[in-house]
Design a protein around this ligand. Structure first.
Ligand code: FAD
Ligand code: 2HG
Ligand code: ZN
Length: 505
């Protein structure tokens, strides 16, 4: 259901008409054009996977989806859209969680899925250059025989959820390996981008060092498709660790998470590669929906929360010795920080322990409708944020059957990133209004960020000011205008259109 303010917000842009389509058919073969307009006249169902986001929360009304195969094709399409003032939504795997990858109205979708070639890989340097539509999982598989791994890893990789490298870069995705390999602002070496007027900006450098003025590519990392369409990515991959281990630790109280993190960092030092937090409700949801193999009752008895800790290093014996020593010291302490620890004994168990953590997002979606808050707050406040939100919803009378069923917390401790998920039977304005601005005010009270790694998308445009002051927003908008003065590129994402938030349900 679209409100009248929404129609007004997009009044300045045109949707794709038949004349545009016949122009596009001179650029692309028919197999790369999906349209509800004649002559193909597909039904809206045929385009619904492109118009609907992964959560089924945001729904667009694009009448046309184009799937170009080359940068030149993207450029020709975008040039036409610039001239005709047609709104454009760049789309990768459509796994984004903030409504950035689908139209808010009837913008044209340019899906990068057909641009899926590896352009080059250098096994000496580990530098990979790939089309933006390469699926992250496919890139991991491509470089694995050369003993390299991608410097990012997300639950949205594989498992029938296929995020793409261009989408990863456009969202500056963090994920499970950020603790080890750092952010994409460091590992992305170069980008090729089609700007809103169709110009191809070639910044596809393969250099690790290049201090020759402004580092323009950084602007597009995390820009969520508002400044241009990324068509190629040059990225530094990492040598495959010789040994990886993981252990699922059960903690009697949340208060032990921080001391445990400090102890693990000190004792494991360079081999610590992930430190993930999972509260009990999140764990139980993962188990309920078959993500990984449940721990025994004995292993989870009395646990308030869990930590999944991973080590990756150069020598198995050395790493195991360090990890075993840590576990011994933890369990034998006078006041142990953990109740139990399940150490993986095989590659299958290693994967199963990870599935308990990586599978939470899918478990939440199977359970109900998710209201997701991906926030940066001090580590010490993770539990308070979850508890205060639950208590607030309870006071609003919303924690009940037919409304909110779960309030859970999990996330990347190493990065100070909490995923607060509220699970409900439906998306409703009543729940939404109870959560916002409550959650954002709470985040602001900790001087946190309203988006740690998922972006602003369409979901948080009205809340940007909680994390950016007026001057910063003004300069962000100047940059947007510099690249896209006609406002065609992913309209309504990151910034409000006409000062109005769009209502989604
Ligand atoms: P899309 O969803 O298609 O697009 C996302 C945004 O990027 C949109 O604004 C879109 O317009 C823009 N975009 C896409 N491609 C391009 C391009 N080529 N050029 C310019 N703009 C483009 N995120 C994390 O950060 N960490 C996680 O651990 C994580 N885990 C997830 C687990 C699951 C199960 C799911 C469903 C999502 C998860 N995400 C996570 C969110 C999401 O997967 C990431 O944001 C991902 O990087 C999006 O990639 P995509 O190809 O699906 O992009
Ligand atoms: C994760 O860390 C992802 O699993 C998704 O960032 C978080 O679904 C979420 O809220
Ligand atoms: Zn995450």
């Amino acid at each position: 259901r679209w409100t009248s303010s929404h129609a007004k917000a997009f009044a300045g842009l045109n949707s794709v008409a038949e004349a545009d389509l016949s122009h596009f058919s001179r650029i692309l073969p028919d197999s790369c054009i999906l349209s509800m307009l004649p002559p193909t006249s597909l039904g809206s169902d045929d385009l619904s996977t492109y118009n609907t986001d992964w959560m089924g929360k945001y729904k667009g009304r694009a009448n046309t989806v184009l799937k170009p195969k080359t940068t030149a094709e993207v450029s020709a399409i975008v040039k036409w859209c610039w001239e005709k003032r047609i709104g454009v939504v760049p789309q990768g795997g459509n796994t984004g969680l903030v409504g950035g990858s689908v139209p808010l109205g009837n913008e044209l979708i340019i899906n990068l899925g057909n641009m899926s070639k590896v352009r080059s890989f250098d096994p000496t340097t580990g530098i990979l250059v790939a089309d933006a539509g390469c699926v992250l999982e496919a890139l991991s598989e491509y470089i694995a025989p050369h003993n390299y791994v991608m410097p990012l890893d997300l639950g949205a990789k594989g498992r029938q959820v296929d995020c793409m490298i261009g989408g990863n870069v456009a969202t500056n995705a963090g994920g499970l390996r950020l603790l080890r390999y750092g952010s994409l602002h460091g590992t992305v070496l170069g980008l090729e981008v089609v700007l809103p007027d169709g110009t191809i900006l070639n910044q596809l450098s393969q250099l690790r060092k290049d201090n020759t003025g402004y580092d323009l590519k950084q602007l597009f990392i995390g820009a969520e498709g508002t400044l241009g369409i990324i068509t190629g990515v040059s990225i530094l991959t990492a040598a495959t660790p010789q040994a990886s281990n993981n252990v699922f630790l059960a903690l009697p109280t949340f208060n032990n998470v921080l001391p445990l993190y400090m102890t693990a960092r000190q004792q494991l030092s360079e081999i610590l590669s992930a430190f993930e937090f999972i509260d009990r409700s999140a764990y139980e949801l993962a188990v309920k929906h078959g993500q990984g193999k449940a721990l025994s009752d004995e292993d989870t008895k009395g646990a308030e929360c869990f930590v999944l800790l991973e080590t990756s290093g150069g020598k198995r014996e050395h790493d195991e010795e360090k990890l075993n020593k840590l576990l011994e010291s933890l369990l034998e302490a006078e006041e142990p920080l953990v109740n139990t620890g399940v150490l993986s004994q095989s590659p299958a168990q290693f994967a199963s322990l990870w599935a308990l953590r990586e599978g939470i997002t899918e478990a939440v979606s199977k359970e109900g409708k998710a209201y997701k808050y991906d926030i940066s707050v001090p580590l010490s406040s993770f539990k308070d944020v979850v508890d205060l939100t639950r208590e607030h919803l309870r006071k609003c009378g919303l924690v009940r059957k037919g409304a909110v069923t779960h309030v859970i917390g999990y996330g990347h401790v190493g990065d100070g990133n909490l995923h607060l998920n509220i699970v409900a039977d439906q998306y409703s304005t009543e729940i939404q209004d109870a959560l916002e601005p409550f959650v954002y005010e709470l985040v602001a009270s900790y001087q946190g960020s309203i988006s740690a790694e998922h972006g602003i998308g369409a979901m948080k445009t009205h809340a940007l000011h909680y994390s950016k002051d007026d001057k910063s927003i003004e300069w962000m908008k100047r940059i947007k205008n510099l690249f896209d003065e006609r406002g065609i590129m992913n309209p309504g994402k990151i910034y409000l259109v006409d000062g109005q938030p769009v209502k989604f349900f």
